[in-house]
Design a protein around this ligand. Structure first.
Ligand code: HEC
Length: 149
């Protein structure tokens, strides 16, 4: 069925196909070049404070992380034991359980919370190592007032 003299149509087809092949090859090369330039870009772009890309950037040592509130300290540390009464920890908001503690006076409670109490059953600072004394005292106040409601 193939005769030795290719028809004009066959010739045109061959030429067209080769052009298409060239086009495809060119596209592939262009894509590869894009990838290479992308890979050659510096991994860490320098972003200067004040530029748009630096929005939300934190200055080291400047603003401290969110200030502690009695609630946040309680929720992060104290509730581990005081929410359910682990090791007989007085349960949050339970007036009856807190009454004998409250009867000791706030200063004693502050000291128990700061230094630990009952051989560490109530741990020093309630495990909040980076709480200031005032943070701990405020959290004790928060526990006490919740138990008085
Ligand atoms: C590992 C468990 C645990 C954690 C965490 C904990 N407590 Fe306690 N806490 C206890 C236990 C147990 C008691 C009861 C000790 C007892 O009466 O013998 C207690 C008692 C107390 C008392 C009463 C102390 C007294 O002298 O009667 C205060 C106040 C208190 N906790 C505050 C806190 C605060 C504030 C935090 C968080 C910053 C905290 N606790 C975290 C276990 C814990």
């Amino acid at each position: 069925m193939f005769n030795s003299k290719p028809t004009l149509l066959a010739k045109t087809l061959v030429i067209l196909l080769s052009f298409m092949g060239l086009l495809l090859a060119e596209q592939a090369i262009a894509a590869a070049k894009d990838q290479i330039t992308a890979r050659l870009e510096p991994t860490g772009k320098v972003c200067v404070f004040g530029e748009d890309c630096a929005k939300g950037m934190k200055v080291p040592g400047a603003a401290p992380s969110a200030p502690k509130t009695p609630e946040s300290v309680y929720n992060t540390y104290c509730q581990a034991c005081h929410a359910k009464g682990v090791n007989n920890a007085p349960t949050f908001g339970d007036a009856k359980l807190w009454a004998p503690h409250i009867a000791k006076g706030k200063d004693v409670l502050y000291q128990s919370a700061l230094n630990g109490f009952n051989n560490g059953a109530m741990p020093q600072r309630g495990t909040c190592a980076d709480c200031s004394d005032d943070d701990i005292k405020a959290t004790v106040d928060y526990l006490v007032s919740a138990a008085k409601k």
